[in-house]
Design a protein. Sequence first.
Length: 202
Amino acid sequence: MDSKKETVTIYDIAAAAQVSPGTVSRVINNVGYIKPETKERVTQAIQELHYVPNRAARSLKNNRTNLICLAFPEADNPFFFALIGAVQEVAKQHHYSLMIYYTKGSPEEELNLLNMMNEKIVDGLFLINFNYTEEHFKAIRRVRCPLVVSSLCVSPYGGNETDNFDYVGIDVRRALYLSTIHMLKQGHRRVALIGGDKSIYV
């Protein structure tokens, strides 16, 4: 291989591993059956030649980016760190990478993100604790990638069959009411609520 060549391609990998470019592609994308010894040769060639997949080219060919975006408003809320870890773990199991978008709770940043989604920069989007205004939901309805909206608490939006997004939310008031009723039925009469910073929502 020409040492002056800057970019290693699957054709270089194929030549080094003595297989077809199609076989290299199947190994990289984990598609179809490949003999273990063949897969080992291709993997070794990839490592030796320091091959880096061209995500942009693959996206154009497959119309997929293998990226999922998770957008959240607060960097100092421990709840979100556990959430990010869980989403990333499942994403990795399905060969997706996770992109984090920190909105700082700004409605302008949130709308900017929603508008970018129509540029097909990711394959899916999680929206956590947005400023769910009518303007936001107009932008959400224009999004074409799979979308999950979460933590709305009590809201007229979400959970409807006509929505173009999936919804995960908790009716906090209802949950507190049922918890209190349960404790009262158990005979408890001095019931207290211990909360954290009122400016932090989960």
